[in-house]
Write a protein that binds this ligand. Structure first.
Ligand SMILES: [Zn+2]
Length: 512
């Protein structure tokens, strides 16, 4: 995410002053990334396990194989109740029949999952809406709801290792949610006078589909969306089918690479689809608001060059398609929805367009395993963007870092790994996160720095990662001293000294 005010924790007047100092046009906004760090197995599910307390042998034989309920959360440091234990989702098939005015959906989400324990019951995360029925393996299942937990009790125990399907039929008027990590905006499903977009980081996807809502459980997706034919719909992934009947248009989108729930996007509005192909064949399709066509097409013209630049550093673009859906109004932020970023009229300058593109590698494919690790998304995206702007816009990266450093020297500033939930998108994870990488680069040199970035990404493609894994790479490829330096930047209350300028102002792609 990128916000026009990254500096959430400071008074607005100071935020504005800072934005001007940065000369960003749009100051950074911090978007939400949810990387939950707790792997399912890390949560102690044993509390509910009648087989674990030694009494199993005394239970009647008929009780022993009944399994036990999956945990209602995965124990994320900031969002302990997000996600659910006891199963691993493999695939979501979401069908949405949408009436943008007055914002109603009739929907069905089918989830293919594998049980990771014997399950007597399990949870999905869903906020609002009316659940009409739940089928597990095509049989009616009992369900109940409390807050954002949808608890499902199948008619027979699901055995560990078993693949099973859950079909939830639901309807209503999806509404955006408030999230303690995102004090500056509601998140999830938004409808502005019939124009629909989803901005869900970190918890908002449960405003429109039931899921295991934590980035540690990525899955493939198929999204089918039906809208009145006067509207255009778009969603994450590749458009594989389009049909029309009775003045309604149905489009089907496939995301065959793993995707975290928070990055799953749908859009409905009055857009024109603009297609381009990169030299290597990558399809770039943007959805442009007709009334701002020329200015938006111009603003997105650098997209292929940005993708090529990040490919040069990190490796091939991770997905089959890319593009942006640009909102025809100011939004204050942009978000890296997978394969289909969400910017707006006020967030399409090169700084932000490049930031969201870099997230397709770092954040979307390589995703944190706990939301408290978010600097790994935002610090990387901020630094990679500074590198791009140095390469292609002649911006001085030393000056960028000097400004970041001056701003992070404010007494109230927090270290990137010392943030609280309410500081999820604090300026620190962006600016001091980027300074951390800058200091590492200055310490190890351009060649080794590039190797470290690429190794970090390539070890976590389509998977999850964390700071400990990053530090292990730094230690292995450089040395303990370099890893210690990174740790100080991430954790010390007192920020280490600004590293000396890189000379000559560097350009990683030209380094030998
Ligand atoms: Zn970001």
């Amino acid at each position: 995410m990128f916000g026009n005010d990254i500096v959430m924790g400071l008074p607005m007047s100071k935020q504005k002053r800072t934005a001007n100092r940065f000369g960003l046009g749009v100051a950074a906004l911090a978007v939400l990334v949810a990387g939950a760090c707790v792997v399912e197995g890390k949560v102690d599910e044993g509390e509910n396990d009648p087989l674990r307390d030694g009494t199993a042998s005394s239970l009647p034989a008929a009780v022993a194989p009944s399994g036990y309920p999956g945990a209602p959360g995965l124990g994320d440091s900031f969002y302990p109740q997000l996600g659910n234990g006891g199963y691993d989702v493999l695939h979501y098939a979401i069908q949405l029949d949408v009436d943008p005015i007055p914002n109603t959906i009739q929907a069905q989400t089918t989830i293919i999952a594998a049980a990771t324990q014997d399950l007597s019951a399990f949870n999905l995360d869903l906020a609002g809406l009316t659940v009409e029925s739940v089928l597990v393996n095509d049989n009616d299942a009992e369900f109940s709801r409390q807050d954002t937990e949808l608890t499902i009790t199948p008619d027979a125990t699901l055995l560990q290792g078993e693949e099973f399907s859950t079909k939830v039929t639901y309807s209503g008027s999806p509404m955006p949610l408030s999230d303690p990590g995102v004090p500056f905006s509601e998140i999830g499903w938004h409808n502005r006078e019939g124009l629909i977009y989803t901005a869900s980081e970190p918890s908002g996807s449960m405003s429109w589909f039931p899921s295991n809502n934590h980035p540690t459980d990525k899955a493939t997706f198929e999204i089918q969306i039906t809208v009145p034919s006067t509207f255009t719909a778009a969603a994450s992934g590749v458009l594989v089918n389009e049909t029309q009947s009775a003045r309604r248009t149905t489009t089907t989108w496939q995301m065959d690479d793993p995707m975290a729930t928070y990055l799953t996007a749908v859009y409905v509005g009055d857009f024109e689809r603009v297609e381009n192909r990169q030299a290597d064949g990558l399809l770039i399709r943007d959805y442009v608001p007709r009334e701002h066509f020329d200015v938006v097409v111009d603003a997105l013209a650098e997209t292929p060059q940005m993708i090529e630049y990040f490919e040069g550093i990190l490796g091939p673009y991770p997905y089959a398609v890319y593009g942006s859906v640009v909102m025809p109004f100011p939004l204050g932020y942009a978000l890296e929805n997978q394969t289909l970023s969400l910017p707006a009229l006020d967030t399409i300058d090169p700084l932000i367009v490049a930031h969201e593109i870099s997230h397709q590698w770092i954040g979307n494919s390589s995703t944190v395993d706990d939301w408290s690790e978010i600097w790994l998304h935002e610090g990387f995206a901020t630094y990679l963007t500074s590198m791009y702007l140095a390469e292609h816009h002649g911006q001085d990266i030393n000056e960028d870092m000097r400004r970041n450093y001056a701003f992070m020297s404010e007494p109230a500033a927090v270290a990137p790994q010392q943030i609280s939930q309410g500081q999820l998108f604090d300026a620190s994870v962006y600016l001091r996160g980027a300074l951390t990488l800058h200091a590492l680069r200055q310490f190890v040199g351009d060649d080794l720095f590039t190797t470290i970035l690429r190794t970090h990404y390539q070890q976590s493609i389509n998977a999850n990662t964390n700071t400990a894994e990053f530090l292990a790479i730094v230690r292995r490829l450089a040395n303990q001293e370099a890893a210690d330096l990174v740790e100080q930047w991430l954790n010390n209350a007192l920020m280490p000294p600004l590293p000396p300028p890189l000379t000559p102002p560097p350009n990683l792609n030209q380094s030998p």
